[in-house]
Design a protein. Structure first.
Length: 214
């Protein structure tokens, strides 16, 4: 317990940093994921191509490489932001590709007749998607989206290697101070467990309320 009690403020800052990264990156990933999923099922070929390229590139790019590209590449084009914002961009964009595929799989579970009926009533594609398809698809994609965001929370550990304050990064300071590396990592693991179980509990509530009964 000494490792935790003597360094409670350090663990607190690290945990807060991980929570902030997870929340901000999750919001970005959800927004981009739903937009990209809409592009992938759009009747416009250029939008479908954009969605396909976005998903293919990001799903097949190592997250660490994406961090390097964002944190070291964007400043060369004049975009200078705090490291935390760069980390949010990298995590959010990377995770959005997986959110997109989860949402698209949910869209594919909606019978095609639903969309055809909406179009026969004169509804546009955005109206059909937003008012008819997505509300039904959302019920089936709650579990996979929850799993994806849990993975995002764990992936946020990479940000510590890029001068971003987060939970895993606290081990360097504590190791230099001579604390037991085993107990240092045990308490770090407990912190990540708190974050991931919180996300799991949230999506469990959402699934019970809106999910498809099985």
């Amino acid at each position: 317990m000494n490792v935790l009690l003597d360094n409670l403020s350090r663990y607190g800052k690290g945990l807060l940093g991980t929570v902030e990264l997870t929340v901000y990156a999750s919001l970005l990933a959800l927004f981009l994921g739903f937009v990209t999923a809409a592009c992938r099922v759009a009747p416009v070929r250029s939008l479908r191509a954009f969605g396909t390229v976005w998903v293919t590139v990001l799903r097949n790019t190592p997250l660490t490489l994406l961090f390097f590209a964002v944190l070291l590449g964007l400043p060369r084009f004049g975009l200078v932001l705090p490291f935390q914002m760069f980390a949010v961009l990298a995590l959010g964009c990377y995770t959005s590709a997986f959110i997109c595929e989860a949402v698209r799989s949910g869209i594919n579970t909606v019978p095609a007749g639903q969309g055809e009926a909406a179009r026969s009533l004169g509804m546009t594609f955005p109206q059909t998607l937003g008012d008819v398809i997505l509300p039904q698809a959302f019920r089936t994609v709650i579990p996979p989206i929850g799993s994806t965001l849990i993975a995002l929370a764990k992936n946020s550990a990479i940000a510590g290697s890029f001068s971003v304050v987060e939970l895993l990064g606290t081990y360097r300071t504590l190791s230099e101070l001579g604390y037991s590396i085993i107990w240092t990592f045990i308490w770090i693991a407990v912190g990540y467990l708190i974050v991931t179980l919180s996300i799991s509990a949230l999506f469990h509530v959402l699934e019970k309320r809106w999910g498809v009964a099985r």
